[in-house]
Design a protein around this ligand. Structure first.
Ligand code: PRX
Length: 651
């Protein structure tokens, strides 16, 4: 394992206790939840599950733990959508707004809980009409429009697992995921708006299905942008056509606690993404609990906004399942933060009176670059809690968020978690925790973390590897179709402990500072990208013989992808070829995985045993000003690599 690569923080001695007025009115303002969980964490989670969720049948066993396989709330039965929708409607809150949705061009739709329930029932019936049955999988490849949560919830209503594929991914990525999950149907849209233009989606699905994924029988297409995509006779159906006659009658079926709710593919250290499995009862209990206490929600008055994309786990847990279970009014936004102006987010916050804002450090750094005059144009005084997720937040960005968005008086919750953990794991509670800029602080009540050294010994103060020592309700239940990989990846590095893949530091006050991945996974703008996956896309280009990829430090995006490539035989290095190679990766994997820089080199530094010396390549990349394009291996780089390789040969 390599050393943590991001942000070796200076000692940070600023600290921010919860503002007294905030703490006074907060859902949690003392250590009671921590103490309760410390005494008996199973009983603690059982209480949360019973209080936060509505069960058809109560569970009889809180946890069955056969390391590394967990079952939570065994014997219990519930339906996710009944928790997210029916029970709010039945309690007389059907007219309450579920989402204030805003399209990038400025179109707006407000949907109530009752309306959302009707749409979900109708689409669940559409899925049934198409022959989908409990236990099947449906892939969803959509922009941030309301039909996306409707499709997810419709699946959940009838026990079909969804597999949402981020709209920025490529045709190959769709094929891989649909093949692995044996998806029977894809829900998509013709396109979605990004930076003022329609970004096509349906043609990418067509391309995917032309090359593979034979399990897919049907494609249902939402008409978002009127781009009139080609429709394949007998395979493709318009959303508006199938919904037109769909019945509104679809009772919620009780599901076992451990019924598969969804798969979400994420990058690991190999070229093949892993289908992370999340199930029903434990997942919903933890996302409801964390959403409630991390953001100190007051569903009667708050307007909550998680500005993530539902294509990632943050959107699953904190745009869809957590907020709806808790009966929140949320904002959902389709587009980019700089369209039409760089104050789009702040305009939205002001117009809807947003009370909780949840975003990523990369976005905050971008807002910093755009300048404090943008948020200053708007009244942000409704904000009560600010959240961050996805990557370590540097103290400067934390302070900027605090001052310019939070008016120096709102608590910031820096939430550490992963696709695999399903919900928050390490985070302040805003009415309880004294925060330090850049620290995710402590595990939440009911979660137990430990830092260990290489040998697996507990680290009390200093740097180490982050592990989770006890099962938690929303933990992944496995990797789809690959139990051994699940065991190997997460549970074999340190016996009996979940290995998160992150490095961290514990300071002398017991605060945790996340330092970034310690495996071959990069974090670019809060998105996980595997070096191996990018390397295989690079060598897939006919001109590339060998490739090595590293995540270099980047001021804006945390890390940036740098690919070092050796060309095949007669190919000549040129800017044009380098760019073509970059674009090739974009086509293979999607734009987010396109290297920022491709450096064409005559050779790669390797250890005597033939292992590529990535750390050295990262150092070389870090020492350079990276352009947004190709960098040919100028003699300096080559010499540097060669020299450094020689120096490090005994590593
Ligand atoms: O390295 C950690 C980083 O993001 C990884 C998980 O990525 P993903 O599964 O895509 O989920 C992202 C959204 C939950 C982690 O292994 N990470 C996430 N949150 C933080 C973080 N690193 C530092 N601080 C955080 N708050």
């Amino acid at each position: 394992m390599s050393e943590p690569t991001i942000g070796v923080f200076e000692v940070e001695d600023r600290s921010f206790p919860p503002p007294p007025a905030f703490a006074g009115a907060a859902l949690a303002n003392d250590r009671a939840l921590y103490d309760e969980a410390e005494i008996d964490y199973e009983a603690f989670w059982a209480r949360q599950a019973r209080e936060l969720l509505t069960w058809h049948k109560d569970f009889d066993t809180t946890l069955e733990w056969e390391l590394p396989f967990a079952k939570w709330f065994v014997g219990g039965q519930l339906n996710v959508t009944e928790n997210c929708l029916d029970r709010h409607v039945e309690a007389g809150r059907g007219d309450k707004v579920a989402y204030h949705w805003e399209g990038e061009p400025g179109d707006r739709v407000t949907i109530t809980y009752a309306e959302l329930l009707t749409e979900v029932k109708k689409f669940a019936n559409v899925l049934k009409d198409q022959g989908l049955e409990k236990g099947d999988r449906v892939a969803i490849y959509m922009p941030m429009i309301l039909e996306l949560p409707i499709a997810m919830l419709a699946c959940a209503r009838i026990g079909v697992a969804h597999s949402v594929i981020f709209g920025g991914f490529s045709a190959d990525a769709i094929v891989d995921r649909c093949v692995d999950a044996e998806a029977r149907l894809i829900v998509t849209a013709d396109a979605g708006y990004r930076r003022g233009a329609a970004a096509a989606l349906k043609p990418t699905v067509d391309e995917a299905l032309a090359s593979g994924a034979p399990s897919v029988e049907r494609v249902i297409v939402v008409n978002r942008c009127d781009t009139a995509p080609a429709m394949v006779e007998g395979r493709d159906l318009w959303w508006h056509d199938v919904m037109a006659n769909a019945s509104e009658d679809c009772p919620a079926e009780p599901m076992d606690s451990e019924q598969l709710l969804y798969l979400l593919y994420t990058s690991g250290t190999t070229a093949k993404p892993k289908g992370i499995m999340h199930t029903t009862g434990g997942y919903l209990a933890q996302v409801a609990f964390t959403h409630k206490y991390t953001f100190d929600i007051k569903p009667e008055t708050d307007v909550y906004w998680c500005a993530a994309d539902i294509g990632w786990v943050t959107g699953h847990s904190y745009i869809v399942y957590g907020p709806l279970t808790n009966g929140m009014t949320s904002v959902m936004y389709e587009g980019t933060p700089d369209t039409p102006g760089k104050d789009r987010l702040w305009d939205i916050v002001e117009r809807y009176g947003v009370t909780q804002l949840y975003t990523a450090p990369t976005a905050i750094r971008m807002f910093m670059k755009w300048g404090a005059q943008e948020p200053a144009k708007h009244d942000l005084s409704t904000l009560r809690v600010l959240g961050t997720v996805g990557e370590p937040i540097n103290p400067e960005a934390w302070m900027w968020y605090h001052e310019h968005i939070g008016g120096s008086s709102r608590p910031i919750v820096d939430t550490w978690w992963q696709t695999e953990t399903g919900g928050h794991m390490i985070s302040p509670l805003p009415g309880v925790t004294t925060t330090k800029p850049g620290s995710a602080c402590h595990p939440i009540p009911g979660v137990f973390a430990e830092l260990v050294d290489d040998a697996g010994n507990k680290v009390e103060v200093g740097g180490g590897y982050l592990t989770i020592t006890r099962p938690w309700p929303s933990m992944l239940r496995g990797i789809w179709g690959d139990p051994e990989r699940y065991r190997d990846t997460y549970w074999s590095t340190y016996e009996g402990k979940y290995f998160a893949g992150d490095g961290a530091k514990l300071d002398s006050d017991g605060y945790l500072w996340l330092l970034g991945r310690v495996d071959d996974v990069m974090n670019v703008s809060g998105h996980r990208i595997s070096t191996t996956e990018v390397e295989s896309a690079l060598v897939d280009h006919p001109a590339v013989a060998e490739a090595a990829v590293v995540g270099a430090t980047d001021e804006l995006t945390g890390q940036a992808i740098v690919g070092y490539v050796i060309l095949r035989g007669t190919h000549e290095a040129s800017d044009a070829l380098g760019n073509e190679i970059r674009e090739h990766v974009g086509l293979k994997l999607g734009k987010i995985a396109r290297p920022k820089t491709v450096i064409i080199v005559p050779d790669l530094p390797k250890t005597r045993s033939g292992k590529i010396m990535r750390r050295l390549l990262r150092d070389v990349a870090d020492g350079r000003v990276l352009g947004d394009t190709t960098t040919l291996a100028d003699p300096g780089v080559v010499a540097e690599i060669a020299n450094r390789a020689a120096e490090n040969d005994d590593d």
